[in-house]
Design a protein around this ligand. Structure first.
Ligand code: NAD
Length: 350
């Protein structure tokens, strides 16, 4: 089987590529990635010479390129992760999100349909990896997003992902494309680009700089270790029902401020600082426009039907994550230079 994994040089994509390359040596894995600011081949150094792995550098917004790639490579499956993924960036440049997340997805769907429809889609699958943010925002309380929750995206990012989910389902209903979808909560772990909360805070603590926390830090997110998201994607890809959606989460809700406190204390302990030292770096900043209050996801469908469950607790996963960042300071320093620094200054030093 030949699988195109899009966005394989990014945070989650690199963990998915590694899992598939190492667990399924009989598969050929093509990593289709434009290597934007978020794509980093350092994430894949350990497997870049594997005989069943190949990088194809290319942009999914380029229709001619995508069509030609599918015609020449004739993939059997697509696992689609390539996206503009950062909510704050979507607020300042929404069009980039429409182009990559909506148009790029439609280009992939069209190319797959043109290749597979004449073969009656025999043995083919198009898997779209999406986010729980498409469901909107919850109040504090017991409610959770299920696969039946109506879509109510609030940010340009979540609107673009909701739109791409709809296009994927439309290709299933209209053209009979065998599709699968999953909507996952916030991921954390090694190789996470430091514009996102956890690696941003680790980077700031390591440099003794202010840790920006939006509003009062009361917004609640569910967090899942990225390697557990990769195993969930493996389960959905191989065992999920065609046409179905699976919610993926860690049953692990944290208010942002509580999470930052845990992170500060973990770093203080691991670096031999007195408890409380890093907490002094916390700086509350103007809240994100339209900041969703709470996300919580019900993962019982994937757990009951596909037998998937997270392999680590949050404390274990966070500890592994902090260790990784402490051991890979060069990775962090390399990605926090250049254009990222400009963005970072504008965004958080207001
Ligand atoms: P990321 O930003 O780390 O990586 C995105 C990757 O896509 C990068 O390698 C980038 O180079 C590539 N890419 C971007 N635009 C492209 C284009 N036009 N053509 C080809 N490649 C392009 O993202 P991530 O956090 O790893 O998220 C991966 C996917 O998972 C996204 O679809 C995202 O919506 C979804 N998701 C993310 C989270 C999360 O917490 N990070 C949670 C749920 C779902």
């Amino acid at each position: 089987m030949k699988i195109i994994i899009t966005g394989g040089a990014g945070f989650i994509g690199s963990h998915v590529v590694r899992l598939f390359v190492t667990k399924y040596p009989e598969y050929q894995i093509l990593n289709l990635d434009a290597l934007t600011y978020a794509g980093n081949l350092e994430n894949l150094r350990d497997i870049e010479n594997a005989p069943n792995y190949r990088l194809v550098k290319g942009d999914i917004t380029d229709q001619a390129f995508v069509d030609n790639l599918f015609a020449t490579e004739e993939p059997d499956a697509v696992i689609h992760l390539a996206a503009e993924s950062h909510v704050d960036r979507s607020i300042t440049d929404p069009l980039a999100f429409v182009k990559t997340n909506v148009l790029g997805t439609v280009h992939l769907l069209n190319a797959a349909k043109n290749l597979w429809k004449p073969l009656n889609y025999e043995g083919k699958v198009f898997y779209h990896v999406s986010t729980d943010e498409v469901y909107g925002s919850l109040d504090f309380g017991p409610d959770m997003f299920t696969e039946e929750t109506s879509y109510d995206p609030r940010s340009p990012y979540s609107a673009s992902k909701a739109s791409s989910d709809h296009f994927v389902r439309a290709w299933h209903h209209t053209y009979h494309m065998p599709v699968k979808l999953s909507n996952c909560s916030n991921n954390y772990g090694p190789n996470h680009f430091p514009e996102k909360l956890i690696p941003l805070a680790i980077h700031r603590i390591q440099h003794g700089e202010a840790i920006p926390v939006y509003g009062k830090g009361e917004n609640v997110r569910d967090w899942l270790f990225v390697k557990d998201h990769a195993t969930a994607i493996d389960a959905v890809f191989h065992k999920g029902t065609v046409g179905d959606t699976y919610n993926i989460g860690g049953v692990n809700e944290w208010a942002n401020l509580e999470l930052i406190h845990l992170l500060c204390d973990t770093l203080d302990e691991k670096t031999g600082k007195e408890k409380g030292t890093s907490r002094q770096l916390i700086k509350f900043v103007t809240d994100r426009a339209g900041h969703d209050l709470r996300y919580a996801i019900d993962s019982s469908k994937i757990m009951n039907e596909l037998g998937w469950k997270p392999s680590v607790t949050f404390e274990q996963g966070l500890s592994q994550t902090v260790d990784w960042y402490l051991e890979n300071e060069d990775w962090l320093n390399n990605v926090t230079s250049g254009t990222y620094q400009d963005y970072y200054q504008k965004q958080y030093n207001r």
